[in-house]
Design a protein around this ligand. Sequence first.
Ligand code: BES
Ligand code: ZN
Length: 615
Amino acid sequence: MPRCRSPSWHARIAPILHTADARDVHSYARPLEARVHHVALDLAVDFASRRIGGTATLDIERRPDAKQIVLDSKGLEIESITDAEGEPLQWQVGAAHEHFGSPLAIALRPDTKRIAIRYKSAPEAGALQWLTPAQTAGKQRPYLFSQGQAIENRTWIPTQDSPGIRQSWEAVIRVPAGLTAVMSAPRSAEPITQGGESVFSFKMPHSVASYMIAIGVGDLAFQPLGPRSGVWTEPSMLKAAAAELGDTEKMIDSAEALFGPYLWGRFDMLVLPPSFPFGGMENPTLTFLTPTFIAGDRSLVSLVAHELAHSWSGNLSTNATWADFWLNEGTTTYATYRIMEAIYGKERAAQQYALGFASLMKEIDSIGGMNHPDTRLHLDLEGRNPDEGLTEIAYEKGAAFLRTIESIVGRERFDAWLKGWFNRHRFEPVTSAIFLADIRDHLVDGDKELERKLMLDDWVYKPGIPSNVVRPDPKAFAQVDAAVQSFVAGNPANAAAWNGWTTDERLRFLNNLPRKLPKPRLEQLNAALKLNETRNNEVLYAWLDLAVANRFDPAVSALERFLTTQGRRKFVRPLIEALAKDQQWGRPIAQRVYRQARASYHPITQRDLDRLGLI
Ligand code: BES
Ligand code: ZN
């Protein structure tokens, strides 16, 4: 029998992976037969060919009788696979599925515990975006970044790409001299530059899900923000980024008070070029952020609180499969409201909860109403891309669920439970069933009355919103809602009031205006509130959404500028989709914009928009 390298895996993780809930329909891996527990990468980044290539050395643990290990791979060009002694191992790449890629099955000899794969990523790897110098702020050097979640990392790392299979990892990364490589792990050595190449080394001591391995390469500079936080970005962006992130240390302190110690060491951030397809990505020790959150007044920093909160919900306790994505995002969204409340006060947090709840209601409508199965928290994503679970259901229904439990059991008891939840499941995969069992063991504790009040199974397994939901305070935006009523009654928009409002209040106002407005009213709105010129990207998005719904020509140049200068999927996808649907007025604009912007969008954003048949 081989030595048991990790008794805790056998005691804790294997029983979880045995449950039906933890079967991952988006990975070919069979971790109970053979699993990867450590990944060592030695990779060179080649901008000319748009490939990352080198060696991935995998340490594996396997049942003594396991004949093979199955990895995930998508588009990888494999040169050779050997064991630790350099002896070739037999391998085979199975049929490719358009979303999931191919199984990479490697034959194991009885004593094989380490395998070395020589390979290259494909130029069209879905996790990687390669930017030309012209697509960067500095315009001088190229740029590369990765986005692994949910199932993209298999396009550049041959390993088991399932969130339930945690792996420690290390990497040696070779880049053209003068560029800086950063990753989602601490540096393990000082960088070395020689012969036109700079070499960076990283080591993540904790076991993480494979989607949490991330890289950024470019002309990068660093500015500390506090004892354990700092920001990386292109030099010309550094000052504005650091100013916007000035509350980061406070956020870490608040989060620790709420959720328990921060176990990752540093919390640094990388502010990316504007094509970054998400608002943020919680890569451990190095959160990735869109530059579109920089508004100059810290009004959009709940994004930072959100990614920070994932250091507990998501990165410590991780959804075992994408069916339980709500455990990552719903818990994080709830946690974000709590961090925002601790730092900026109850009023701002209550407003954000109200904005979130309104977007949940809108999402339920667009999914197909309260009875649609995709409005369940625990999703059935078999055969579908996990991206389809990326809706406000996971985020805001998940958050509303936790808020509801909190209000029923009281904040003090709930907070003790939440801290305990993260601690009991740190560095482990979790499922909906584990979550419910944990609540029953630690909160309900046999109290039948409480069990009935909580409606736990309805929340997780039934569509729609259970009747015990805690709705947002209807007075959270009393003033703004009155202004909406006044506008609806025919009065002009009031610039003085608008100028006194916060960003959240402005968003509430724009989102609650009637969706159809006559042109003169839009003209007055635009002139009074200077909407086309706003530098706040969330406000601009809310305005452009309304403008498109009304075929408002005077907003088209602002719209084109917005769609061609940033690629955040949450902004570009709904706008371009709405334009494309409007055959007469919108479609020609969508075609013009998409032809111009496509090359600057991330592969996953391109994949969404290519379906519209615009080019
Ligand atoms: N982890 C997500 C981003 C993600 C989810 C990427 C699923 C790929 C697949 C991240 O934490 C996130 O939720 N980002 C949000 C911002 C947040 C403030 C709601 C985003 O990008 O909009
Ligand atoms: Zn998130």
